[in-house]
Design a protein around this ligand. Structure first.
Ligand code: PBG
Length: 326
């Protein structure tokens, strides 16, 4: 018997690139952006080196960078100056995300704007909804989430992405958007979102850590995968357009399963802790940042993701264009 030689297909870069099983495009990348209330703010975020807080008047810096790298999709988070018990800043007409949307619309009509819909940046207690005692009241929270999503759409958002993990939110948001003429605004659901320690740097960046307790009564238990598919199925039923798994690297099995079981596009969010760990290890001289960034992103797409939300969007777009990945 002739020896079978898999190495034969690895003999040159041209050949290796031809037989790649995973193809990646800058079109699949979404870059998370933090808009902060105020003026003149363009400051690096200590917990996320290389990422910035932008006040609306400084959004030009984000737009320039996105254009320079060919990144055309952003996911907006807001940092308001004032918070209250019910997070009313989230749906104000001149709220910080709403201001940010309008500014980007004016400056860069080519950018596709997705907004994170959640209460935790706007509530004084830092939980993702309206509290009843020490627990988040699911059904009351649905109303404020729907109001928030609607106000984002009214300000000009292209897509809304609820990240709160309340039951029934996709259906309620869909209903309210449709009732106001926004039938064509898609919903990207954070469908399988886990209660994860990997969100630490984000909570510093967004000032959204819960003042007491944790998020385990609404975000998912990392031990569960069947439950994640159930969450996805419910969101499909309620009208989600895109399903998201979050975090990404420790949850590749869920990305794989979601891809196998559902026919909607699957997004993966490579979260703040994943980014910060690569940065810190590279800073310490332990790993090659570029190589680890590329390999991590490829593994997420190989698992089945169609879309990757990542703080490395600009650098990855460059790597794809140079043919280092993709
Ligand atoms: C809001 C929200 C969080 C993230 C995205 N949306 C934080 C949380 O749930 O505590 C985390 C993103 C990241 O870590 O990069 N609920």
């Amino acid at each position: 018997m002739q020896m079978i030689r898999p190495r034969r297909l690895r003999t040159s870069d041209t050949l290796r690139r031809m037989v790649r099983e995973t193809r990646i495009s800058p079109d699949s990348l979404i870059w998370p952006i933090f808009i902060k209330e105020g003026t003149g703010i363009y400051e690096e975020i200590p917990s996320l080196p290389g990422q910035y807080h932008y006040s609306p008047d400084m959004i030009c810096h984000m737009v320039e960078r996105a254009r320079a790298h060919g990144v055309s999709r952003v996911l907006l988070f807001g940092l308001p100056n004032e918070k209250d018990a019910c997070g009313s800043g989230a749906w104000k007409e001149d709220g910080i995300v709403q201001q940010g949307i309008r500014r980007i619309r004016e400056m860069a009509p080519e950018l596709y704007i997705v907004t994170d819909v959640c209460m935790c940046e706007y509530t004084a207690h830092g939980h993702c909804g309206i509290l009843c005692g020490h627990d988040v009241d699911n059904d009351e929270t649905l109303e404020v989430l729907a109001k928030t999503a609607l106000s984002h759409a009214q300000a000009g958002a292209d897509m809304v992405a609820p990240s709160d993990m309340m039951d029934g939110r996709i259906g309620r948001i869909r209903e309210v958007l449709d009732a106001h003429g926004f039938q064509n605004v898609p919903i990207m659901s954070y469908a399988a979102k886990y209660a994860s320690s990997f969100y630490g740097p984000f909570r510093d960046a967004a000032g959204s850590a819960p003042a007491f307790g944790d998020r385990r009564s609404y975000q998912m238990d990392p031990h569960n995968s069947r439950e994640a598919m159930r969450e996805c199925a419910l969101d499909v039923q309620e009208g989600a357009d895109i399903l998201m798994v979050k975090p990404a690297l420790s949850y590749l099995d869920l990305i794989y399963q979601a891809r196998q079981q559902f026919d909607l596009p699957v997004a993966a969010y490579s979260v703040s802790g994943e980014y910060a760990m690569i940065k810190a290890a590279a800073q310490a001289g332990l790993i090659d940042e570029h190589g680890v960034m590329c390999e991590s992103a490829v593994s997420i797409f190989r698992a089945g993701a169609d879309i990757l939300i990542t703080y490395y969007a600009c650098e990855l777009a460059d790597a794809i264009k140079k043919g280092e990945i993709g």
